[in-house]
Write a protein that binds this ligand. Sequence first.
Ligand SMILES: [Zn+2]
Length: 435
Amino acid sequence: MREALHAIDNELFRLPYSATGEEVSNFKKLAEKDLFQCPYCNAKLIVKYGDERGLYFSHQHSEACAESKNIDKAEKRYFKQTERETKIHKVMINIVHDELTVQAKNNPQITVDYGYKAKSYLKEYPDICVKIADKQFALSIITDVKSTADSKLANQITKRHLYFLEQGMEPIWFIEKKEQSIEKDKNSIVLWDAELSIAAKTNVDKEWDSTLAAIVKDKMFFKYFNYPASMDNLAIDVRSMFYIYSNEDRIVVKVQRFLKDRIVKPYRAFLLNEGYEIPFAEALVIKNNFVLSNPDIDEQNRKEFIKRYQLFRHEYQERLRIQEEERQIALQEAQEQEEKLKKELEEEQKRKQQLPQDILKQRNTLNIPKKMSYEELKSLLRSNIKLNQREQMELWSIMPALRHDFQFIWELVVKNECKSFDELRPILHMALGKR
Ligand SMILES: [Zn+2]
Protein backbone atom coordinates (compact mmCIF):
# COMPACT_ATOMS: atom_id res chain seq x y z
CA MET A 1 0.00 0.00 0.00
CA ARG A 2 2.83 2.37 0.74
CA GLU A 3 3.86 2.21 -2.89
CA ALA A 4 0.53 3.66 -3.91
CA LEU A 5 1.14 6.81 -1.92
CA HIS A 6 2.22 9.78 -3.99
CA ALA A 7 3.49 12.92 -2.33
CA ILE A 8 1.85 15.89 -3.97
CA ASP A 9 1.50 18.43 -1.20
CA ASN A 10 3.77 19.48 1.60
CA GLU A 11 1.45 18.01 4.21
CA LEU A 12 -0.44 15.16 2.68
CA PHE A 13 -0.37 12.04 0.51
CA ARG A 14 -3.11 11.36 -1.95
CA LEU A 15 -4.34 8.22 -3.63
CA PRO A 16 -4.21 8.38 -7.40
CA TYR A 17 -7.98 7.99 -7.79
CA SER A 18 -11.13 9.44 -6.30
CA ALA A 19 -12.85 7.20 -3.81
CA THR A 20 -16.51 6.43 -3.04
CA GLY A 21 -17.99 7.12 0.38
CA GLU A 22 -17.72 3.45 1.29
CA GLU A 23 -14.02 3.36 0.34
CA VAL A 24 -13.38 6.50 2.39
CA SER A 25 -14.84 4.91 5.53
CA ASN A 26 -12.86 1.69 4.85
CA PHE A 27 -9.61 3.64 4.57
CA LYS A 28 -10.44 5.58 7.73
CA LYS A 29 -11.00 2.29 9.63
CA LEU A 30 -7.66 0.92 8.35
CA ALA A 31 -5.91 4.17 9.31
CA GLU A 32 -7.23 3.84 12.86
CA LYS A 33 -5.44 0.47 13.00
CA ASP A 34 -2.11 2.31 12.22
CA LEU A 35 -1.87 0.69 8.78
CA PHE A 36 -0.57 3.77 6.95
CA GLN A 37 2.83 5.21 7.68
CA CYS A 38 4.78 8.06 6.18
CA PRO A 39 7.43 6.42 3.97
CA TYR A 40 10.00 9.00 5.10
CA CYS A 41 9.53 9.46 8.86
CA ASN A 42 7.40 6.37 9.52
CA ALA A 43 4.85 8.52 11.40
CA LYS A 44 1.26 7.33 11.53
CA LEU A 45 -0.89 8.84 8.77
CA ILE A 46 -4.58 9.66 8.99
CA VAL A 47 -7.12 9.58 6.15
CA LYS A 48 -8.97 12.70 5.09
CA TYR A 49 -11.51 13.38 2.41
CA GLY A 50 -12.27 16.67 0.71
CA ASP A 51 -14.47 17.54 -2.29
CA GLU A 52 -11.56 19.08 -4.17
CA ARG A 53 -8.69 16.91 -3.03
CA GLY A 54 -10.50 13.60 -2.84
CA LEU A 55 -9.18 10.95 -0.52
CA TYR A 56 -5.79 11.74 0.98
CA PHE A 57 -3.37 10.86 3.76
CA SER A 58 -1.94 13.39 6.11
CA HIS A 59 0.45 13.50 9.01
CA GLN A 60 -1.43 14.01 12.30
CA HIS A 61 -2.28 17.64 13.15
CA SER A 62 -1.25 18.48 9.51
CA GLU A 63 2.41 18.55 10.54
CA ALA A 64 4.36 17.10 7.60
CA CYS A 65 7.87 15.82 8.29
CA ALA A 66 10.88 17.62 6.71
CA GLU A 67 11.57 14.78 4.27
CA SER A 68 8.05 14.65 2.88
CA LYS A 69 8.16 18.45 2.50
CA ASN A 70 11.43 18.07 0.54
CA ILE A 71 9.95 15.42 -1.71
CA ASP A 72 6.94 17.61 -2.39
CA LYS A 73 9.18 20.50 -3.38
CA ALA A 74 11.30 18.18 -5.51
CA GLU A 75 8.23 16.83 -7.25
CA LYS A 76 7.07 20.35 -8.08
CA ARG A 77 10.48 21.14 -9.56
CA TYR A 78 10.42 17.88 -11.49
CA PHE A 79 6.97 18.72 -12.89
CA LYS A 80 8.36 22.04 -14.05
CA GLN A 81 11.39 20.36 -15.59
CA THR A 82 9.20 17.92 -17.52
CA GLU A 83 6.56 20.49 -18.55
CA ARG A 84 7.83 20.45 -22.15
CA GLU A 85 7.44 16.68 -22.51
CA THR A 86 4.47 15.11 -24.30
CA LYS A 87 1.78 13.00 -22.61
CA ILE A 88 3.54 9.78 -23.63
CA HIS A 89 6.50 10.77 -21.44
CA LYS A 90 4.68 10.08 -18.16
CA VAL A 91 3.23 6.83 -19.51
CA MET A 92 6.66 5.60 -20.58
CA ILE A 93 8.32 6.63 -17.33
CA ASN A 94 5.73 4.68 -15.36
CA ILE A 95 6.27 1.61 -17.55
CA VAL A 96 10.06 1.85 -17.09
CA HIS A 97 9.56 2.26 -13.35
CA ASP A 98 7.28 -0.78 -13.14
CA GLU A 99 9.59 -2.89 -15.30
CA LEU A 100 12.62 -2.10 -13.17
CA THR A 101 10.70 -2.48 -9.91
CA VAL A 102 9.85 -6.06 -10.89
CA GLN A 103 13.55 -6.79 -11.42
CA ALA A 104 14.48 -5.04 -8.15
CA LYS A 105 12.09 -7.31 -6.25
CA ASN A 106 14.09 -10.34 -7.37
CA ASN A 107 17.50 -8.79 -6.90
CA PRO A 108 18.45 -7.12 -3.61
CA GLN A 109 21.40 -5.43 -5.39
CA ILE A 110 18.97 -3.22 -7.31
CA THR A 111 17.03 -0.23 -6.04
CA VAL A 112 14.71 1.81 -8.23
CA ASP A 113 12.88 5.07 -7.62
CA TYR A 114 11.68 8.17 -9.37
CA GLY A 115 14.54 10.67 -9.67
CA TYR A 116 12.96 13.43 -7.57
CA LYS A 117 12.21 10.95 -4.77
CA ALA A 118 15.56 9.15 -4.77
CA LYS A 119 17.59 12.37 -4.83
CA SER A 120 15.28 15.25 -3.88
CA TYR A 121 18.31 17.50 -3.29
CA LEU A 122 19.33 17.58 -6.97
CA LYS A 123 18.92 20.73 -9.04
CA GLU A 124 17.73 18.70 -12.01
CA TYR A 125 16.34 15.20 -12.00
CA PRO A 126 16.65 12.10 -14.07
CA ASP A 127 13.23 10.52 -14.58
CA ILE A 128 14.33 7.40 -12.74
CA CYS A 129 17.31 6.60 -10.52
CA VAL A 130 18.61 3.04 -10.46
CA LYS A 131 21.25 1.71 -8.15
CA ILE A 132 22.92 -1.56 -9.13
CA ALA A 133 25.28 -2.63 -6.31
CA ASP A 134 27.41 0.51 -5.89
CA LYS A 135 26.77 1.90 -9.39
CA GLN A 136 24.19 4.61 -9.91
CA PHE A 137 22.30 5.27 -13.10
CA ALA A 138 20.23 8.26 -14.19
CA LEU A 139 17.55 7.19 -16.69
CA SER A 140 15.75 9.85 -18.69
CA ILE A 141 13.39 9.92 -21.64
CA ILE A 142 13.28 12.96 -23.89
CA THR A 143 10.15 13.41 -25.97
CA ASP A 144 9.17 15.99 -28.55
CA VAL A 145 12.54 16.25 -30.26
CA LYS A 146 11.32 17.68 -33.53
CA SER A 147 14.37 18.89 -35.31
CA THR A 148 18.04 18.02 -35.34
CA ALA A 149 18.71 21.74 -34.96
CA ASP A 150 16.87 22.34 -31.67
CA SER A 151 19.92 23.79 -29.95
CA LYS A 152 18.12 25.28 -26.91
CA LEU A 153 16.85 21.89 -25.81
CA ALA A 154 20.16 20.34 -26.84
CA ASN A 155 22.03 22.67 -24.50
CA GLN A 156 19.69 21.86 -21.61
CA ILE A 157 20.10 18.14 -22.13
CA THR A 158 23.87 18.34 -22.53
CA LYS A 159 24.15 20.37 -19.30
CA ARG A 160 21.91 17.91 -17.48
CA HIS A 161 24.02 15.02 -18.76
CA LEU A 162 27.20 16.59 -17.36
CA TYR A 163 25.43 17.41 -14.09
CA PHE A 164 24.38 13.79 -13.60
CA LEU A 165 27.97 12.70 -14.22
CA GLU A 166 29.18 15.21 -11.60
CA GLN A 167 26.66 13.70 -9.20
CA GLY A 168 28.25 10.28 -9.64
CA MET A 169 25.53 8.83 -11.85
CA GLU A 170 25.89 7.28 -15.27
CA PRO A 171 23.29 8.94 -17.48
CA ILE A 172 21.23 6.79 -19.86
CA TRP A 173 19.06 8.61 -22.32
CA PHE A 174 16.16 7.43 -24.39
CA ILE A 175 14.98 9.68 -27.20
CA GLU A 176 11.34 9.31 -28.10
CA LYS A 177 11.68 9.39 -31.86
CA LYS A 178 11.00 6.85 -34.55
CA GLU A 179 12.62 8.44 -37.61
CA GLN A 180 16.31 9.22 -37.63
CA SER A 181 17.95 11.56 -40.13
CA ILE A 182 19.77 8.95 -42.14
CA GLU A 183 21.55 9.70 -45.41
CA LYS A 184 21.61 6.25 -46.94
CA ASP A 185 23.72 7.07 -49.98
CA LYS A 186 26.40 8.49 -47.70
CA ASN A 187 26.07 5.81 -45.05
CA SER A 188 25.65 8.56 -42.49
CA ILE A 189 23.33 9.74 -39.74
CA VAL A 190 22.80 13.39 -38.95
CA LEU A 191 22.56 13.72 -35.20
CA TRP A 192 20.48 16.01 -33.09
CA ASP A 193 22.76 18.56 -31.42
CA ALA A 194 22.53 16.87 -28.03
CA GLU A 195 23.02 13.34 -29.28
CA LEU A 196 26.75 13.76 -29.66
CA SER A 197 27.05 14.55 -25.94
CA ILE A 198 24.54 12.09 -24.57
CA ALA A 199 25.33 9.07 -26.75
CA ALA A 200 26.27 6.07 -24.66
CA LYS A 201 29.51 4.14 -24.64
CA THR A 202 28.56 0.58 -23.81
CA ASN A 203 30.62 -2.61 -23.77
CA VAL A 204 29.08 -3.56 -27.10
CA ASP A 205 30.32 -0.25 -28.52
CA LYS A 206 33.81 -1.18 -27.34
CA GLU A 207 33.51 -4.52 -29.15
CA TRP A 208 32.60 -2.55 -32.27
CA ASP A 209 35.67 -0.37 -31.70
CA SER A 210 37.95 -3.38 -31.91
CA THR A 211 36.11 -4.77 -34.94
CA LEU A 212 36.59 -1.48 -36.74
CA ALA A 213 40.16 -0.87 -35.59
CA ALA A 214 41.46 -3.48 -38.02
CA ILE A 215 39.62 -2.21 -41.10
CA VAL A 216 39.46 1.57 -40.69
CA LYS A 217 43.27 1.59 -41.07
CA ASP A 218 42.48 1.18 -44.76
CA LYS A 219 42.93 4.77 -46.00
CA MET A 220 40.13 4.33 -48.51
CA PHE A 221 37.70 2.94 -45.92
CA PHE A 222 35.25 5.85 -45.94
CA LYS A 223 35.50 6.18 -49.73
CA TYR A 224 34.13 2.65 -50.10
CA PHE A 225 31.02 3.77 -48.21
CA ASN A 226 30.82 7.15 -49.95
CA TYR A 227 30.99 8.70 -46.47
CA PRO A 228 32.40 12.25 -46.26
CA ALA A 229 34.72 11.84 -43.28
CA SER A 230 35.54 15.18 -41.65
CA MET A 231 39.17 14.32 -40.99
CA ASP A 232 41.91 11.87 -41.83
CA ASN A 233 42.83 9.30 -39.21
CA LEU A 234 39.46 9.44 -37.50
CA ALA A 235 39.68 8.17 -33.92
CA ILE A 236 37.60 5.03 -33.62
CA ASP A 237 34.87 5.81 -31.14
CA VAL A 238 31.64 3.88 -31.59
CA ARG A 239 28.66 5.25 -29.68
CA SER A 240 25.09 4.16 -29.28
CA MET A 241 21.79 5.95 -29.12
CA PHE A 242 18.59 4.48 -27.78
CA TYR A 243 15.40 5.58 -29.42
CA ILE A 244 12.13 4.72 -27.77
CA TYR A 245 8.71 4.62 -29.38
CA SER A 246 5.63 2.49 -29.61
CA ASN A 247 5.43 0.07 -32.48
CA GLU A 248 2.21 -1.85 -33.02
CA ASP A 249 1.02 -1.22 -29.47
CA ARG A 250 4.22 -2.20 -27.77
CA ILE A 251 7.04 -0.04 -26.63
CA VAL A 252 10.36 -0.79 -28.30
CA VAL A 253 13.88 0.50 -28.01
CA LYS A 254 15.82 1.00 -31.20
CA VAL A 255 19.54 0.58 -30.75
CA GLN A 256 21.45 2.73 -33.21
CA ARG A 257 25.22 2.66 -33.35
CA PHE A 258 27.49 5.06 -35.15
CA LEU A 259 31.12 6.00 -35.42
CA LYS A 260 31.66 9.44 -33.94
CA ASP A 261 32.97 11.94 -36.46
CA ARG A 262 32.02 15.59 -36.88
CA ILE A 263 32.17 17.71 -33.73
CA VAL A 264 30.89 20.78 -35.55
CA LYS A 265 27.49 21.27 -37.19
CA PRO A 266 26.04 19.43 -38.93
CA TYR A 267 26.78 16.60 -36.55
CA ARG A 268 27.24 13.81 -39.04
CA ALA A 269 28.38 10.38 -37.96
CA PHE A 270 29.30 7.22 -39.83
CA LEU A 271 26.39 4.81 -39.63
CA LEU A 272 27.33 1.23 -38.80
CA ASN A 273 23.94 -0.28 -39.56
CA GLU A 274 20.30 0.58 -39.71
CA GLY A 275 19.78 -0.15 -36.04
CA TYR A 276 17.51 -2.77 -34.58
CA GLU A 277 14.49 -2.86 -32.33
CA ILE A 278 14.29 -4.77 -29.09
CA PRO A 279 11.31 -5.00 -26.76
CA PHE A 280 11.47 -2.43 -24.02
CA ALA A 281 11.67 -5.01 -21.23
CA GLU A 282 14.58 -6.73 -22.94
CA ALA A 283 16.54 -3.48 -23.19
CA LEU A 284 16.07 -2.87 -19.49
CA VAL A 285 17.38 -6.22 -18.33
CA ILE A 286 20.05 -5.70 -15.70
CA LYS A 287 23.14 -7.91 -15.62
CA ASN A 288 25.62 -5.92 -13.50
CA ASN A 289 24.67 -3.15 -15.89
CA PHE A 290 21.80 -2.41 -18.26
CA VAL A 291 21.92 -4.74 -21.20
CA LEU A 292 20.47 -2.18 -23.66
CA SER A 293 21.22 -4.43 -26.60
CA ASN A 294 20.74 -7.83 -28.07
CA PRO A 295 24.26 -9.32 -28.07
CA ASP A 296 23.34 -11.90 -30.73
CA ILE A 297 22.01 -9.27 -33.11
CA ASP A 298 25.07 -7.13 -32.50
CA GLU A 299 27.39 -10.05 -33.18
CA GLN A 300 25.47 -10.67 -36.43
CA ASN A 301 25.60 -6.98 -37.32
CA ARG A 302 29.36 -6.88 -36.87
CA LYS A 303 29.82 -9.87 -39.18
CA GLU A 304 27.51 -8.30 -41.75
CA PHE A 305 29.36 -5.02 -41.50
CA ILE A 306 32.66 -6.72 -42.34
CA LYS A 307 31.02 -8.48 -45.28
CA ARG A 308 29.58 -5.18 -46.46
CA TYR A 309 32.99 -3.57 -46.11
CA GLN A 310 34.59 -6.31 -48.23
CA LEU A 311 31.86 -6.03 -50.83
CA PHE A 312 32.05 -2.23 -51.00
CA ARG A 313 35.84 -2.39 -51.20
CA HIS A 314 35.58 -4.85 -54.08
CA GLU A 315 32.99 -2.70 -55.85
CA TYR A 316 35.07 0.41 -55.32
CA GLN A 317 38.21 -1.24 -56.68
CA GLU A 318 36.21 -2.63 -59.59
CA ARG A 319 34.89 0.87 -60.32
CA LEU A 320 38.46 2.19 -60.23
CA ARG A 321 39.65 -0.59 -62.54
CA ILE A 322 36.88 0.13 -65.06
CA GLN A 323 37.59 3.84 -64.86
CA GLU A 324 41.29 3.15 -65.48
CA GLU A 325 40.42 0.94 -68.45
CA GLU A 326 38.14 3.60 -69.88
CA ARG A 327 40.84 6.17 -69.33
CA GLN A 328 43.35 4.02 -71.22
CA ILE A 329 40.93 3.50 -74.09
CA ALA A 330 40.20 7.21 -74.26
CA LEU A 331 43.91 7.93 -74.18
CA GLN A 332 44.57 5.51 -77.04
CA GLU A 333 41.73 6.99 -79.06
CA ALA A 334 43.07 10.46 -78.47
CA GLN A 335 46.51 9.37 -79.67
CA GLU A 336 45.07 7.76 -82.78
CA GLN A 337 43.03 10.86 -83.50
CA GLU A 338 46.11 13.01 -83.08
CA GLU A 339 48.14 10.85 -85.48
CA LYS A 340 45.34 10.97 -88.03
CA LEU A 341 45.18 14.75 -87.81
CA LYS A 342 48.94 14.96 -88.14
CA LYS A 343 48.87 12.84 -91.28
CA GLU A 344 46.08 14.92 -92.77
CA LEU A 345 48.00 18.07 -92.01
CA GLU A 346 51.10 16.72 -93.71
CA GLU A 347 49.13 15.77 -96.82
CA GLU A 348 47.51 19.16 -96.90
CA GLN A 349 50.90 20.85 -96.74
CA LYS A 350 52.25 18.62 -99.49
CA ARG A 351 49.27 19.56 -101.64
CA LYS A 352 49.85 23.24 -101.03
CA GLN A 353 53.50 22.93 -102.09
CA GLN A 354 52.52 21.13 -105.33
CA LEU A 355 49.82 23.57 -106.30
CA PRO A 356 51.84 26.25 -108.25
CA GLN A 357 53.45 23.63 -110.54
CA ASP A 358 50.10 21.99 -111.16
CA ILE A 359 48.47 25.21 -112.15
CA LEU A 360 51.33 25.89 -114.54
CA LYS A 361 50.98 22.44 -116.05
CA GLN A 362 47.25 22.81 -116.39
CA ARG A 363 47.60 26.14 -118.17
CA ASN A 364 50.01 24.64 -120.69
CA THR A 365 47.76 21.74 -121.56
CA LEU A 366 44.60 23.84 -121.87
CA ASN A 367 45.95 25.56 -125.05
CA ILE A 368 43.62 28.51 -124.94
CA PRO A 369 43.39 30.01 -128.50
CA LYS A 370 44.28 33.61 -128.89
CA LYS A 371 41.70 35.75 -130.61
CA MET A 372 42.67 36.04 -134.29
CA SER A 373 43.22 39.52 -135.76
CA TYR A 374 42.14 40.69 -139.24
CA GLU A 375 45.77 40.97 -140.22
CA GLU A 376 46.39 37.34 -139.30
CA LEU A 377 43.30 36.11 -141.18
CA LYS A 378 44.28 38.17 -144.20
CA SER A 379 47.77 36.66 -144.31
CA LEU A 380 46.36 33.12 -143.77
CA LEU A 381 43.85 33.53 -146.62
CA ARG A 382 46.42 35.01 -148.93
CA SER A 383 48.76 32.11 -148.52
CA ASN A 384 46.10 29.37 -148.44
CA ILE A 385 43.35 30.39 -150.92
CA LYS A 386 45.32 33.08 -152.87
CA LEU A 387 42.97 35.84 -151.72
CA ASN A 388 43.33 38.81 -154.13
CA GLN A 389 42.55 42.53 -153.63
CA ARG A 390 39.03 42.37 -155.09
CA GLU A 391 38.10 39.29 -153.03
CA GLN A 392 39.57 40.93 -149.98
CA MET A 393 37.24 43.95 -150.54
CA GLU A 394 34.25 41.61 -150.96
CA LEU A 395 35.11 39.77 -147.73
CA TRP A 396 35.52 43.02 -145.86
CA SER A 397 32.08 44.19 -146.98
CA ILE A 398 30.33 41.21 -145.33
CA MET A 399 32.57 41.31 -142.26
CA PRO A 400 30.08 43.35 -140.08
CA ALA A 401 27.44 40.67 -140.72
CA LEU A 402 30.01 38.12 -139.59
CA ARG A 403 30.68 40.27 -136.50
CA HIS A 404 34.34 40.53 -137.37
CA ASP A 405 34.85 36.99 -136.10
CA PHE A 406 38.08 36.30 -138.02
CA GLN A 407 38.70 33.10 -136.19
CA PHE A 408 35.30 31.77 -137.26
CA ILE A 409 36.06 32.51 -140.93
CA TRP A 410 39.40 30.75 -140.77
CA GLU A 411 37.77 27.75 -139.13
CA LEU A 412 35.26 27.56 -142.01
CA VAL A 413 38.16 27.52 -144.49
CA VAL A 414 39.95 24.75 -142.63
CA LYS A 415 36.81 22.73 -142.02
CA ASN A 416 35.60 22.88 -145.68
CA GLU A 417 39.11 22.57 -147.17
CA CYS A 418 38.53 25.61 -149.32
CA LYS A 419 41.10 26.13 -152.12
CA SER A 420 39.78 29.48 -153.35
CA PHE A 421 37.53 32.36 -152.36
CA ASP A 422 34.97 31.07 -154.87
CA GLU A 423 34.69 27.92 -152.82
CA LEU A 424 34.53 29.92 -149.61
CA ARG A 425 31.91 32.43 -150.76
CA PRO A 426 28.78 30.12 -150.71
CA ILE A 427 29.91 28.75 -147.36
CA LEU A 428 30.18 32.25 -145.94
CA HIS A 429 26.72 33.12 -147.27
CA MET A 430 25.27 30.00 -145.68
CA ALA A 431 26.87 31.00 -142.40
CA LEU A 432 25.46 34.49 -142.82
CA GLY A 433 21.99 33.04 -143.34
CA LYS A 434 22.36 31.13 -140.06
CA ARG A 435 23.60 34.08 -138.09
ZN1 LIG B 1 6.81 11.89 7.36
